[in-house]
Design a protein around this ligand. Structure first.
Ligand SMILES: Nc1ccn([C@@H]2O[C@H](COP(=O)(O)OP(=O)(O)OP(=O)(O)O)[C@@H](O)[C@H]2O)c(=O)n1
Ligand SMILES: C[C@](O)(CO)[C@H](O)COP(=O)(O)O
Length: 396
């Protein structure tokens, strides 16, 4: 992990956005633009310090915003200047951790990806100065008076932010620029003018700077698509089903749902052969797309010989919880001609609830015979089936 400081710029006027106010306060989907940008850094554990440069006239408004949408990192507010470059210099002067690389980032670029931030940090350690940039895709014309010329696109890159530097280098570059009265349109250009090399980290075309009203539509559809992608990867609800059969044989215990049931025969299997808990474990694994218990606890592994299936289910449940889910409900059916299940149903429900850190009302257990038909009807074996509904853990 490489720690860095982020200087986030929000002190502009956003004139080209034509919104009649600083674009940083415009709401994009659920929150103002500047919060989308700040939360990228607040969520990145590599980011050790955030300096937010604001327009002094909007400082109070910004403070209120930060309070209303509390981010999980402290943010130091600093008054910006008339030009972007003045704002950057003000931000640099406020940095506490001057030993860390400094990322200078436009508050108006909310979609920078964490992987790229990390690549940039690594390049800064190697090269002292680096920026995100993308190859230019249009043909670029240069117009001098009436004369038009075409630049060689192969050599052209569109600069983005963050631009990242060792503190001493970027501080020196800004100090020199201020002394000479030079204004560049980005920070890398100030370092270039010192004759220093700046490395390019190829960025993403998604890392747009919201500049004109059209960019707002692009931003909204980007966020909507991102949300849809997340829902597919990590949906709110997941459902799984399980089915299992074990043979009834003499000389074995009959354990169903973790309860030992008095019966002349018991269930045969590598583990304790608890047909119902196996079914529920399979349904849980099915819900999170993780195969079945055979995959996780092979019946060839001596570790699971006569294993307590309650323990196996708890293992599976830990795995489910680690993926950020909690139990919606379980509905299951034991299919057995004998033993008679009714006297044990409540105890089984409670046991399953305790194995799944759930309440008894979330568990339903039914039993049926098959009217003497088939292998269950002939009492050769017992089957069980279950459905499990998982829901995203709101605390995770
Ligand atoms: N004096 C300034 C000017 C700009 N910025 C910030 O620098 C970033 C990039 O600038 P730009 O997109 O040009 O923003 P504005 O200057 O606000 O826009 P405009 O030029 O349309 O007025 C923005 O996050 C902006 O808030 C700043 O902190 N201080
Ligand atoms: C720094 C920058 O975002 C790199 O593309 C860009 O130069 C800022 O320019 P602006 O005129 O302040 O938008």
């Amino acid at each position: 992990m490489i720690n860095y400081t982020a200087v986030v710029l929000a002190a502009g006027q956003g004139k080209r956005m034509l919104a009649g106010k600083n674009k940083q306060f415009l709401k994009i989907e659920d929150q103002p633009l500047i919060l989308h940008t700040l939360s990228v850094f607040a969520k990145d554990e590599w980011c050790a310090e955030i300096v937010l440069v604001t327009n002094p006239k909007e400082r109070e408004q910004m403070e209120e915003l930060l309070q209303a949408f509390s981010l999980n990192k402290e943010i130091q507010l600093v008054d910006g200047g008339a030009e972007r470059q003045d704002s950057v210099f003000a931000g640099l002067k406020a940095i506490i951790h001057t030993n860390l690389p400094v990322f200078i980032h436009d508050g108006a670029r909310p979609f920078v990806k964490r992987e790229l931030l990390h690549e940039l940090a690594e390049r800064t350690i190697e090269k002292h100065a680096a920026l995100l940039a993308v190859p230019v895709t249009d043909t670029i014309k240069q117009k001098n008076d009436q004369l038009l010329s075409t630049l060689d696109r192969k050599t052209l890159w569109a600069a983005q932010t963050p631009q990242s530097f060792t503190f001493s280098l970027i501080y020196k570059a800004h100090q020199k620029a201020q002394e000479s009265g030079y204004y560049g349109t980005d920070d890398a250009s100030l370092v270039e003018s010192l004759g220093e090399e700046v490395a390019i980290v190829e960025g993403s075309y998604d890392n747009i700077k919201l500049t004109t009203p059209e960019d707002l539509h692009k931003a909204e559809s980007y966020i909507q698509n991102q949300r849809k992608g997340k829902e597919v990867e990590n949906p709110m609800f997941r459902i799984g089903q399980g089915f299992d059969v074990h043979q009834l044989t003499e000389g074995r215990k009959c354990i169903i749902g973790g309860v030992e049931i008095p019966h002349e025969k018991g269930l045969l299997g590598h583990s304790d052969a608890d047909v119902l808990l196996h079914t529920i474990a399979d349904a849980c694994l099915g819900a999170i797309g993780e195969g079945d218990i055979g995959k996780h606890f092979p019946d060839t592994d001596p570790e699971y010989k006569n294993a307590d299936s309650g323990m196996l289910l708890q293992h599976v449940w830990k795995f489910v919880k680690a993926q950020g889910y909690e139990l919606g409900n379980v509905d299951c059916t034991v299919i057995a001609q004998a033993p008679k299940m009714a006297p044990f149903i409540e105890e089984i429900r409670e046991n399953i609830a305790s194995l799944l850190d759930a309440e008894t009302k979330q568990i339903n257990v039914k039993a049926t015979t098959t009217e003497k038909l088939g292998f269950t009807g002939r009492k050769e074996g017992i089957a069980a089936q279950a459905v499990v509904l998982l829901q995203k853990d709101q605390q995770a």
